[in-house]
Design a protein around this ligand. Structure first.
Ligand SMILES: *Cc1c(COP(=O)(O)O)cnc(C)c1O
Length: 374
């Protein structure tokens, strides 16, 4: 489910709970990592880029060139780099570029492109289909790809042309390099392109401690949606084609889709600053560490179960509906996904005290439940 747009954050109730005591004036929520503000490096870069006065529009400016260069340096290769406004646009336009309209994209059944993009990949590709085999732990497997291929082998079916994996997955797991390489191998065998939805790519790099090259083109990934927004920027995700010839038509599609920002420098100056300063990685390390802190604080609460291993910046909790309701009544916002687990996501700005306050309120909500009848 996608969060409803337009509902503002209400101030917490006047309730004697940990949340209210802590955050009367500066509410912090862990419903999503895009609830966070702009990190200082990104914000200062916007101010600096504005202070220079006028600059060429539509990406024909020095910040955009330097940001694209910085991404190439980060990935140690001469990639084709583009910047768009949202992750949905990054995925949809990348997939439309890689997939003919009469073919299909294989992805996990919990992939953001399947559950949360309102058909944007299908719309922008002009007819391609998503094939979403059930993936019990959220990760796509070589067997699932083979199965999709077999099922779509008739000339009447939409033949698979692309595989899209999310790193980290929507339920917070991280594909190992071996797993990515194994997927890439099947892709090569069948002539499929491999796309990675890296809305939280930095969290995956922080988790594995490998180079961005190792997680992408060295492992066989051909195109990446590289998330900036959830990493601490105001807006703007990058699309990286490691094989430049695959980028043909992308710029034109982005313009047609209204995704070519005219004041591009306010997207790309923050990208440049985040990459140069290392903030992209520090932010992700902090987000992952915050998730671990939260997991440690809640794992001892009787009746609460952590649904998935905590490998990135997400923690999913299984707990009684009634406890979730009272947690919401205490002013905490969160969404329930994938088997009704409550999802908590941590961003660059997660405060230790707020994490402890949330855990304390969960403990209190659980303690208030009526004892189970014998
Ligand atoms: C947030 C997210 C996106 C992009 O979402 P936008 O809201 O369009 O920026 C893409 N993929 C995943 C896995 C995400 O979590």
């Amino acid at each position: 489910m996608t969060p409803r747009a337009g509902r503002g954050i209400k101030p917490p109730h006047a309730h004697p709970c940990a949340r209210t005591r802590l955050m009367q004036d500066k509410p912090q929520h862990f419903a999503s990592d895009n609830y966070a503000g702009i990190c200082p490096e990104a914000l200062e870069a916007i101010t600096r880029a504005s202070a220079t006065g006028s600059a060429p529009a539509y990406g024909d400016d020095p910040w955009t060139r330097l940001a694209a260069d910085a991404i190439c340096t980060l990935f140690e290769t001469q990639a084709a780099v583009f910047f768009v406004l949202t992750g949905t646009a990054a995925n949809a336009l990348a997939l439309a570029t890689l997939c003919p309209p009469y073919c299909s994209v294989i992805a996990s059944d919990i992939a953001h492109i399947e559950t949360s993009e309102r058909g944007a990949p299908e719309f922008f590709s002009g007819g391609s289909k998503l094939l979403t085999p059930p993936c019990p732990d959220g990760k796509l497997t070589p067997e699932a790809i083979r199965l999709c291929r077999r099922k779509a082998s008739s000339p009447h079916a939409s033949e698979p042309a692309v595989v899209s994996i999310t790193q980290p997955t929507e339920n917070g797991l991280v594909y190992t390099l071996e797993e990515i390489r194994a997927l890439a191998e099947v892709c090569k065998e069948y002539g499929l392109k491999l796309h990675m939805d890296g809305a939280r790519f930095a969290c995956a790099i922080a988790a594995l401690g490998c180079t961005p090259a190792a997680m992408t083109w060295e492992a066989g990934v051909e195109a990446l949606s590289f998330g900036g927004t959830k990493n601490g920027m105001a807006v703007g995700d990058a699309v990286v084609f490691f094989d430049r010839s695959l980028a043909r038509g992308f710029a034109e599609r982005a313009k047609q889709a209204g995704q070519l920002a005219s004041k591009m420098r306010f997207i790309t100056a923050p990208w440049l600053a985040m990459l140069k300063s290392g903030a992209w990685l520090h932010n992700a390390e902090h987000a992952n560490a915050s998730a671990r802190q939260f997991a440690q604080a809640v794992e001892t609460i009787p009746g609460v179960q952590i649904a998935w291993p905590v490998q990135s910046n997400a923690v999913f909790l299984l707990m009684p509906e009634q406890a979730m309701n009272s947690l919401r009544a205490r002013g905490w916002r969160f969404y329930t996904f994938f088997g009704a687990a409550a999802r908590f996501l941590f961003a660059w700005d997660a405060q230790s005290a707020a994490i402890e306050a949330l855990a304390a309120d969960i403990r209190a909500c659980m303690a208030q439940l009526p004892a189970p009848s014998p």
